[in-house]
Design a protein around this ligand. Structure first.
Ligand code: SF4
Length: 214
């Protein structure tokens, strides 16, 4: 019998071969600052939607200094398609102000500092640490990672990203935390979709308790 820990490592090995080009992120960015802002905006929005508004946003406000002084209504107009735009405008202006006031405009590299920014959850901070700095402070549990992890039986904490993350941190060796989130993200987007997962074509179907095979 394979332990859950062995199974999770096996899953990462299989997915590494299935998605050799899985990107670390689907958000477009050109600096740590831009990635931080894009990740804040991506809460409850699609990455494709964020990528549509950020070119305009970053052209108008390319640096933390510029964004810190922006008019919230002007920002709201640009990010309106993402939903919750008033709140998000407040978050990204507040984050830019804090960056300027406390960090000389540089994005910090610790979980504690990152989660002190408005609109930055543990998940957002994990994304920045892993994608921008290549650090592993935790496992990014977004909607794809949550859904696929539950289907694979690696956690039974339904709809609780914090507890799912804890389970994954215990199961997986730290050096593959980032790979797990990146590869499971690709798997969730391409195969283990929210509706109609493609179980017959799935390279994990022999390991998956939720597999529905014809
Ligand atoms: S077998 Fe189906 S449910 Fe399981 S991981 Fe693959 S696609 Fe998802």
């Amino acid at each position: 019998m394979m332990s859950l820990s062995e199974k999770s490592v096996r899953i990462v090995n299989i997915l590494n071969k299935t998605y050799p080009d899985a990107p670390a992120t689907y958000l477009n960015y050109q600096s740590p600052f831009q990635m931080l802002i894009a990740t804040i905006l991506s809460a409850r929005a699609t990455d494709a939607g964020v990528n549509k508004v950020t070119p305009v946003l970053f052209k108008k406000y390319p640096t933390p200094d510029k964004m810190a002084e922006a008019d919230p209504d002007e920002i709201g107009k640009v990010i309106r398609p993402l939903g919750a735009y008033n709140k998000k405008a407040g978050y990204i202006i507040g984050t830019s102000r804090l960056l300027v006031d406390r960090f000389k405009g540089n994005v910090p590299r610790t979980m504690e500092e990152l989660t002190s920014f408005p609109g930055v959850s543990r998940k957002t901070a994990n994304v920045i640490l892993s994608v921008v700095f290549g650090l592993s402070e935790g496992v990014v549990v977004d909607t794809h990672v949550m859904r696929v992890t539950l289907r694979l039986g690696l956690s039974d904490h339904d709809q609780n990203p914090q507890k799912i993350e804890k389970d994954l941190m215990q199961l997986l060796p730290r050096n593959i935390w980032n790979d797990y989130a990146r590869l499971i993200g690709a798997h969730g987007r391409q195969t283990c979709k929210s509706r109609n997962p493609k179980c017959n074509a799935c390279t994990l179907n022999m390991l998956c308790p939720s597999a529905k095979l014809d």
